[in-house]
Design a protein. Structure first.
Length: 204
């Protein structure tokens, strides 16, 4: 009898799994809507970080949570600046590839190890989790916070110095803002031709 019911049709999903699936679909839909709005997303992220810092400053506690959040954000930022394929691992001689410096060389765009949207999403999620941790006294471990601040500054300086040396050695820039944009010669000539036609005064 049970075998007949099992073979008679697909198993029914329970209400809980359907609700979880619906919530995940709505959540993913809102994430997709937020994807093109880079400035708005990072404005919200910075405001959330500011609220978290204000919470720590007013409560005078949870310094371990703040330190862990800072280390995690630092690791995310380093992954955001690092190329997806490390140039140091491509060649055995240790010199690695270099970005093209002439027009006839192969174009190799910069692909990040951590994409911008995943970077933002991880920052938002970790900040929310850290904010939730400040609601529980078990995470408020007493510690001398100036030591954590000095250690974080030292770690940040050493990590960024190593990352900048890596960027200089393999000649790449992880930011696209301010870089020159090149157009095809045919597209440029067609655009100029259209502009000339639009600028002509029609005859009466």
């Amino acid at each position: 009898m049970m075998q007949d019911e099992h073979l008679g049709g697909p198993a029914k999903r329970n209400i809980f799994s359907q609700a979880i699936g619906r919530i995940s679909q709505v959540y993913q839909r809102y994430l997709d809507l937020w994807t093109p709005h880079v400035i708005s997303r990072w404005t919200v992220a910075l405001l959330l970080i500011f609220v978290f810092i204000l919470r720590i400053f007013l409560s005078q506690g949870w310094y371990i949570v703040t330190y862990a959040l800072g280390i995690y954000h630092l690791n995310l930022f380093i992954a955001f600046l690092t190329p997806k394929i490390d140039p140091a691992m491509d060649f055995d001689d240790g010199e690695g590839p270099e970005l093209p410096t002439r027009s006839n060389e192969e174009f190799r765009p910069f692909i990040r190890r951590l994409p911008e949207f995943k970077f933002w999403y991880s920052v938002m999620r970790s900040t929310v989790i850290a904010m939730i941790c400040t609601l529980f006294d078990c995470f408020n471990i007493p510690v001398f916070w100036p030591i954590l601040v000095m250690y974080f500054i030292t770690l940040f300086s050493i990590t960024m110095k190593r990352q900048i040396k890596h960027m200089i050695k393999y000649r790449y820039l992880p930011f696209t803002h301010g870089k020159p944009k090149y157009q095809n010669h045919e597209n440029t000539s067609s655009i100029s031709h259209v502009e000339n036609e639009n600028n002509e005064i029609p005859s009466i």
